[in-house]
Design a binder for this molecule. Structure first.
Ligand SMILES: Cc1cc2nc3c(=O)[nH]c(=O)nc-3n(C[C@H](O)[C@H](O)[C@H](O)COP(=O)(O)O)c2cc1C
Length: 198
């Protein structure tokens, strides 16, 4: 029996969200707890010990957010800066997240065709993922294949529903995902002298 996932929602305007809000709601309706970062920290004052405790209690960490400027929204980034700290998430003694899984569930405004050479986003969407993958690797986490809905503004209702169904079904079936057997976590050890002494 696995422990419940930690689902972190980061949407600066949840009231105007078409997809992420629906995904959060569907997860909650299926019995999963969703930690809505913008609701918890409207002042951007993150309770780091509370976030680290929530992480410690989960084996699957899910980041649910729209893509903003080819990456994560600002509060998600601040959460990462403050919560994945040196000596806790990485570096000497930083083993708190070792072996956990990190799953990115995200949406883009740009359609899939825009994420290709010749499209207006010029690169395949995978080209924007290395910062996520390497963040996971540095913390000793396994980065699971992301769930992405492109063209979020114009996706037809049946495609949105199918996406939400897959999202809930994946949450319900983790960790029994066939592809997990083929994923390795590279070992990235930061040496003790990587930082000047404080
Ligand atoms: C500040 C900002 C930056 C954005 N940057 C991108 C981007 O880099 N690439 C992209 O495809 N869409 C971008 N978008 C569009 C969002 O990804 C899109 O609104 C979101 O995925 C829709 O999900 P929602 O219905 O849950 O709000 C951006 C939107 C905002 C507000």
């Amino acid at each position: 029996m696995s422990r419940p996932p930690l689902i972190l929602l980061a949407h600066p305007q949840r009231a105007h969200s078409r997809i992420n809000a629906e995904m959060a709601q569907a997860a909650q309706a299926a019995g999963f707890n969703v930690r809505d970062l913008y609701a918890l920290y409207p002042d951007y004052l993150i309770d780091v010990p509370a976030e680290q405790s929530a992480l410690a209690a989960a084996d699957l960490v899910v980041w649910l957010h729209p893509i903003h400027w080819y990456g994560m929204p600002p509060l998600m980034k601040l959460w990462l800066d403050e919560v994945f700290s040196f000596g806790w998430a990485y570096g000497p003694g930083g083993q708190a997240l070792q072996g956990k899984h990190l799953w990115l569930a995200t949406t883009t405004g740009g359609p899939e065709s825009s994420y290709a050479p010749g499209g207006y986003n010029r690169h395949f969407f995978d080209a924007f993922l290395p910062p996520y993958e390497q963040t996971a690797a540095l913390a000793g986490m396994q980065f699971l294949p992301p769930l992405v809905l492109h063209g979020a503004h114009r996706a037809p209702a049946d495609a949105v529903q199918a996406h939400v169904d897959v999202w809930v079904q994946r949450l319900q079936t983790w960790p029994d995902w066939p592809e997990l057997a083929d994923i390795d976590t590279p070992l990235c050890e930061v040496p003790a002298d990587a930082r000047p002494q404080e």
